[in-house]
Design a protein around this ligand. Structure first.
Ligand SMILES: [Zn+2]
Length: 342
């Protein structure tokens, strides 16, 4: 089965485009994390080039792509971007070596989600028209690589700004649906943090079902009254990307794997979530950060093979936070060096 490398465009010192309160690097990260979570749920193997706000130089970014699943035609490289420059609508750029099937599927699904769409296209390097213009396509030579521009964050005509701000999950879901169809995986799992209102449902019954409160439901969905209509789509769980304290259980997760991921013990995880058993259901949201220990700094001793990036990942923080906390002048570490962990 094809595997997917999800690339969150820009990051760190490179913010990408900025306008109307939208920062490209932040939105591409949220979209990429959303897609990763959904591909996990659908059983499609995937990885992120970055899952925090770090700087990736082009060479570094390409190496991350090629070093994960290799450089074969069974690897899809999906680079997520937000456009700027005064247009409106989504577009997909695909590599010279590839056909337009996946690009067209993505654009079609974006259109189904209400986004204006422009076109799918290829772009050549002016100095050598046999090569792709964009390095992410040019330097990932045997993979199936695309750049998705979800809309223009500085659009003045279309609905792009509103969709990017308030409906980016739906735009990301469009890509998920297109990938599932292209890869040949059943697209039948509703996003775990959405629920479609059924006959007989009330805000109270839905809140109970999803382990949340009526107030939170109203807040997440900008509801001004308690009235619901059948078929209405409600966000029922806070998105992991908006709230780092929660994690939504995915297929294949265990208490042990989640505890490990968030640097907790299984007992701590059970305690902060009042769990009586070890059984988890997919879509359940778990508190994964113990508020009491949020500001607690622990000390980590650098081991052979560690680098700032791997340590940041391990402790669910960022390279810049580590560097700042430890007053690091460079990213070079020495074995045995003690680092404060936020
Ligand atoms: Zn960009």
């Amino acid at each position: 089965m094809k595997k997917v490398v999800i690339d969150a465009g820009h990051g760190g010192v490179d913010s990408g485009a900025t306008a109307n309160g939208i920062v490209e690097k932040d939105l591409t990260l949220k979209i990429s994390q959303y897609i990763k979570n959904r591909l996990d749920e659908l059983g499609i193997e995937s990885t992120l080039t970055r899952d925090s706000d770090i700087t990736l130089e082009p060479t570094n970014r390409v190496n991350k792509v090629l070093n994960t699943y290799g450089n074969g035609s069974d690897v899809i490289v999906l680079s997520n971007h937000i456009n700027a420059g005064g247009g409106d609508g989504a577009e997909v750029i695909y590599a010279l070596r590839n056909n337009d099937t996946l690009a067209k599927k993505i654009l079609m699904e974006l259109e189904n989600k209400g986004q204006n769409v422009r076109k799918v296209y290829q772009r050549v390097l002016p100095s050598d028209p046999s090569k792709d213009y964009y390095y992410m396509l040019r330097n990932t030579p045997n993979t199936e690589s695309l750049i998705v521009e979800y809309g223009f964050l500085d659009s003045t005509k279309g609905d792009d700004v509103n969709l990017l701000k308030n409906n980016w999950q739906n735009l990301a879901e469009a890509t998920v649906k297109a990938l599932a169809s292209y890869i040949g995986v059943d697209y039948n799992v509703e996003p775990s943090y959405y629920y479609t209102v059924q006959k007989g449902d009330t805000l109270w019954s839905i809140a109970r079902k999803f382990n949340t409160t009526v107030d939170k439901l109203k807040d997440m969905n900008n509801l001004t009254s308690n009235m619901l209509s059948i078929g209405q789509r409600l966000q029922v769980s806070e998105n992991l990307n908006n709230n780092d304290n929660y994690y939504i259980v995915k297929k294949g997760d265990t208490l042990y794997s989640i505890a490990k991921k968030f640097n907790l013990s299984v007992d701590e995880l059970k305690e902060i979530n009042n769990l009586n058993s070890d059984t988890l259901s997919i879509g359940k949201s778990l508190l994964v950060s113990n508020n009491n220990s949020n500001n607690y700094s622990s000390i980590y001793t650098v081991n052979k093979g560690d680098n700032l990036y791997s340590i940041a990942r391990k402790f669910n923080t960022t390279v810049s936070m580590l560097a700042e906390l430890n007053n690091l002048e460079s990213t070079l570490l020495s074995i045995g060096q003690k680092l404060l962990i936020p």
